[in-house]
Ligand binder design. Structure first.
Ligand code: FES
Length: 554
């Protein structure tokens, strides 16, 4: 009676307690997370579907992580969202859950939570914004910002023009409409089988976004009735599919840390090197910014992810199960492609096989580092240059406009102490703009190396996720300005050309930086966060908790 009576205060009739499935709808809605601001309306469509299929829907808020406002980085809070949502799903009397996400970290955070709990779950991402339009051309969120920032620094654009362009770029609800991290992770959720076919690409304001949400409300009841839990969908085969799809779509390097973290929750064996070996025979098919030309709206009209997955054919595990309770092969077998300039065929790809994310190793990154080849400059993929070292992005920005900065096109720019423990939270600081001195000379790219991440909307020859990070005593901490560094992507090597005895002496003199926090979440995070090569989850959150809590309070 307690449980029912208190719920009746919301005006439900007594029939809702007749034993029908109770479906939680985890909503990462917030006005502080503009990419997710329409999710409360998406939730209404999910509820329609749940009611239609004979369930009882109950919407609840989960931590909204807005990429653009959160300090020092939304990544610091991905695991907090995952932990909060996991406990909310476990502690409440739910039979299944619909996960509503949008902005970058909300998709992996909710998938991590659902993976640990193990109740039937389905994801509905909020969809991308409509294409940005500025001065008669399409502009992509994020990608255009990096270009305009450089144009402003180089004097090619005024502050007033920048302010006007901002509104042109963001003209509807939705997440970034480049193939940035949000679009990548929406595609990963679909490739893993956790959201309905076509879900990743419907624009946020398209009626079919809401139709898909309603359908997801029906499907979750089917998943509950047939006990289809996330571990039955997100198998090793599903992760292999996702990694290959990520290469085909030219997806974000952030997918690496997020997929590793989700796999860690499920106990699926997945390693950093899988991201290199599995993609060597996968060409880039999707011609979207930042690797290509178009935007998510174009991708949707061209046929979306099912058209890509159909094109990949035998490169994917066709028999992997999805939330439709059909296999990948059954879902995409007849998927049409309407525009071959947006989704290119296997025999005429945007970039040949092997141009996706490469995993580098060497004495500068013993546990690995990654580079997005499709966003790099071909002439820099084999490069030797002298290091110019900064201990934070802020210290670099203080001198980035200095016309006397000792830098040239061969310089290897090091930005360090940006890893999970160091910054903290492993921010997207790796793709710092080039020094103004080089930009004015027309240089558009130099090698940059960082233990942080890079925005999925960014481009450049940037070595990321160096592990172990500098703050954890990784060799990146030992580099000095003037040291020679060799990057050899074809050989998957990143080498600091300094003798071992000299490195040992530098290590003996090195002291770790002070902890960035002494209390609260940031302290807990820095004490327990793992390195990028295993996905940056907290050590005590990997694995499953299960749907049952220990004791009843009433
Ligand atoms: Fe939210 Fe890009 S800022 S998706």
């Amino acid at each position: 009676m307690n449980h029912r009576s208190w719920m009746r205060s919301q005006g439900f009739t007594s029939e809702v307690f007749d034993g029908r499935p109770v479906i939680g709808i985890a909503t990462t809605w917030s006005e502080l997370a503009p990419c997710n601001v329409h999710l409360h309306r998406v939730a209404e469509s999910v509820k329609r579907g749940v009611w239609q299929a004979g369930g009882f829907p109950l919407e609840f808020p989960a931590m909204a992580l807005g990429e653009t406002l959160l300090r020092p980085t939304a990544m610091l809070y991905r695991n907090l969202l995952a932990m909060e949502a996991e406990e909310l799903i476990r502690a409440n009397p739910l039979d299944g859950v619909v996960l509503l996400s949008g902005c970058d970290k909300t998709t992996p955070g909710l998938l991590m939570a659902a993976s640990s709990v193990g109740l039937p779950a389905i994801m509905v991402t909020g969809g991308p914004k409509l294409n940005g339009k500025y001065q008669g051309t399409d502009v992509g969120s994020g990608t255009a910002v990096w270009r305009w920032e450089e144009d402003l620094l180089a004097g090619r654009m005024t502050q007033e023009e920048c302010a006007f362009a901002e509104g042109c770029m963001s003209r509807s609800d939705g997440h970034c409409m480049t193939m940035g991290t949000a679009s990548t992770m929406a595609s990963m959720a679909e490739a893993l089988g956790m959201q309905l076919p076509y879900s990743a690409a419907w624009p946020a304001v398209d009626a079919r976004r809401y139709e898909t949400a309603q359908r997801a409300g029906q499907v979750i009841i089917d998943l509950v009735e047939n006990d289809v839990t996330p571990d039955k969908i997100m198998t090793r085969a599903a992760f292999e599919n996702a990694i290959r799809v990520n290469a085909a779509i030219g997806g974000s390097t952030n997918a690496v840390v997020h997929l590793l973290a989700i796999a860690g929750r499920l106990g699926v064996p997945l390693e950093l090197d899988d991201f290199d070996t599995l993609i060597r025979d996968v060409p880039t098919l999707v011609n979207l910014q930042p690797s290509g030309k178009y935007l998510m709206e174009d991708f949707c009209y061209a046929g979306g992810l099912p058209a890509v997955m159909r094109e990949l054919g035998g490169l994917l595990h066709q028999d992997a199960l999805t939330v439709t309770r059909k296999t990948v092969g059954e879902n995409v077998r007849d998927a049409p492609c309407w525009n071959r300039d947006v989704i290119m065929p296997m025999d005429q790809p945007l970039q040949a096989a092997g141009n996706g994310t490469a995993v580098l190793r060497g004495n500068l990154a013993p546990d690995g580092a990654v580079i997005k080849q499709s966003a790099s400059s071909a002439h820099l993929l084999k490069h030797r240059g002298r290091a110019l070292v900064f201990d934070s992005p802020e210290s670099y920005y203080q001198v980035a406009a200095d016309p006397d900065l000792e830098v040239d096109e061969d310089t290897v720019l090091i930005i360090r102490y940006c890893g999970p423990k160091g910054y903290p939270g492993m921010p997207e600081t790796a793709n710092v703009p080039l020094p103004a001195k080089l930009l004015k000379r027309g240089v558009r790219d130099i090698v940059r190396i960082c233990d942080g991440r890079m925005s999925g909307t960014a481009y450049g020859t940037v070595v990321l996720h160096v592990a172990p990070e500098a703050a954890a005593g990784g060799p990146l901490a030992l580099v000095r300005t003037g040291d020679w560094i060799t990057l050899d992507v074809p050989a998957r090597a990143l080498t600091l050309d300094v003798p071992d005895d000299e490195l040992a002496a530098r290590r003996a003199a090195w002291t770790p930086p002070p902890s960035p926090a002494t209390r609260g979440w940031t302290w807990l995070y820095t004490q327990h966060v793992q390195q990028a090569n295993t996905g940056c989850d907290l050590d005590f959150l990997t694995g499953a908790s299960g749907p049952e809590v220990g004791r009843e309070s009433h």
